[in-house]
Design a protein around this ligand. Structure first.
Ligand SMILES: [Zn+2]
Length: 139
């Protein structure tokens, strides 16, 4: 049969022994990807799009980070709520003040919900090992 070698792994980043022009930006390059000349910059850009899935540690770190951020939001909302309330030390605030208290209260409960969700996400991941949908990387 023929002498043509069969490359099963044709879509592999390799180096040529002669310069070619990058198929994407026309820069001179020795790299090629699956037979298509590509420069380092373009290959890195493409590499970014094909990120490998996060490791267990990275997922845990993202989830813990979410808790830290959500907790900070609760603290800020708490302070905002206290500050708003302290503006009306006696009696009923006028309608504008009532609205501000409502807003501060709403932000506080939203922040608390988010913090609970962040804890839940981490617990679920630890218990089940199931990666939350928004942390799954596709493409
Ligand atoms: Zn290029």
């Amino acid at each position: 049969m023929g002498l043509t070698p069969k490359y099963s792994g044709a879509m592999v980043l390799g180096v040529r022994d002669c310069m070619a022009q990058c198929a994407y930006c026309q820069t001179e390059t020795q790299l090629h990807y699956g037979g298509t000349p590509i420069c380092v910059k373009c290959s890195e850009e493409r590499e970014v799009k094909r990120k490998p899935p996060l490791t267990q540690n990275e997922i845990r770190r993202v989830l813990v980070d979410g808790i830290v951020k959500a907790t900070a939001r609760v603290s800020a909302a708490n302070e905002g709520f206290s500050a708003t309330m302290s503006q009306f030390p006696s009696g009923l605030p006028h309608p504008d003040g009532v609205q501000r208290i409502k807003n501060a209260s709403h932000e506080l409960s939203a922040a608390r919900k988010e913090m609970m969700r962040a804890h839940q996400r981490l617990n679920e991941f630890i218990d089940t090992g199931v990666v939350p949908d928004d942390l799954k990387q596709t493409g």
